[in-house]
Design a protein around this ligand. Structure first.
Ligand code: G3P
Ligand code: CA
Length: 253
């Protein structure tokens, strides 16, 4: 975290490397996560889905087509098929051979080193995925408050309610780009199980930030890909900024 000053007051702002430092390396790969560590982000953000044979893997789209040399839905491919794909070349030759990481691998490599903001991506496609994620966290003692920074988030609110009941001590975030989710009533409902309200920056206003804080939640907003967007969110007093370019946000870079 770094100190930011907006209205004469100093406060801490956290930087989240979105799918890793995905402006500089292929999203959701070890190369991008390592880059996030190198750029001193507070968290890496990862998208968790599941192979046909039940392995938790890190990829954003529900299909492998955009970010690998393969085709098809993640849920229809075996782990061996997924693991054989090249997830780096599309971003540049130097990333040749980057693989789709597993959830276990990312937890083992990064916990204790950098925070991990875990998004359950399209969990409605993966019945029971909340329990599997909870199990992996429990096995590593990452389900208890400690110095380790772990947050779970999703656009799927039911999935986050389930996760909150399975992992009562792990902070929960709700993701939205929908203004209908910013009413006082909606925020109250979120606050009954969530610790973070994480909106796209297009719907962020000073009033919304104040309302989220008044409901006892923090606000991490996404996805910053320009200096202008970074500056806008810093002025809005958000608690964290989710960005493809950690150096656009954190003056220490
Ligand atoms: O962390 C917020 C952000 O990741 C949500 O959108 O589509 O990049 O997963 P998306
Ligand atoms: Ca995400």
């Amino acid at each position: 975290a770094f100190a930011a000053e907006t209205t004469g007051e100093l406060r801490q702002v956290e930087t989240v490397a979105h799918r890793g430092a995905s402006g500089y390396a292929p999203e959701n790969t070890i190369a991008a996560f390592d880059k996030g560590v190198e750029m001193k982000a507070d968290y890496i953000e990862i998208d968790v889905q599941r192979s046909k044979d039940g392995k938790l893997v890190i990829i954003h789209d529900t299909k492998v087509d955009r970010t690998t040399d393969g085709t098809g839905y993640v849920k229809d491919l075996s782990f061996d098929q997924i693991r054989s794909l090249d997830a780096g070349s599309w971003k540049g030759e130097q990333f040749n051979g980057e693989k789709i990481p597993t959830f276990e691998e990312v937890l083992d490599r990064y916990h204790g080193k950098i925070g991990i903001l875990i998004e359950l991506k399209s969990p409605e496609l993966y019945p029971g995925i909340e329990k599997m994620v909870a199990q992996e966290l429990k096995e590593r003692n990452l389900d208890k408050p400690q110095n380790e920074k772990i947050i779970l988030q999703s656009f799927n609110f039911d999935s986050m309610k389930i996760s909150n009941s399975l992992l009562p001590k792990v902070p929960i975030g709700v993701l939205t780009s929908n203004r209908a989710d910013t009413t006082e009533q909606a925020l109250k409902e979120f606050a009954s199980y969530a610790d973070y309200f994480n909106p796209s920056y297009g719907i962020v206003t000073e009033e919304l930030v104040n309302q989220v804080h008044a409901n006892g939640m923090k606000i991490h907003s996404w996805t910053v890909r320009s200096h202008e967007a970074a500056e806008f969110l810093l002025n809005m007093n958000v608690d964290g900024i989710i960005t493809d370019y950690p150096d656009f946000v954190d003056p220490r870079n």
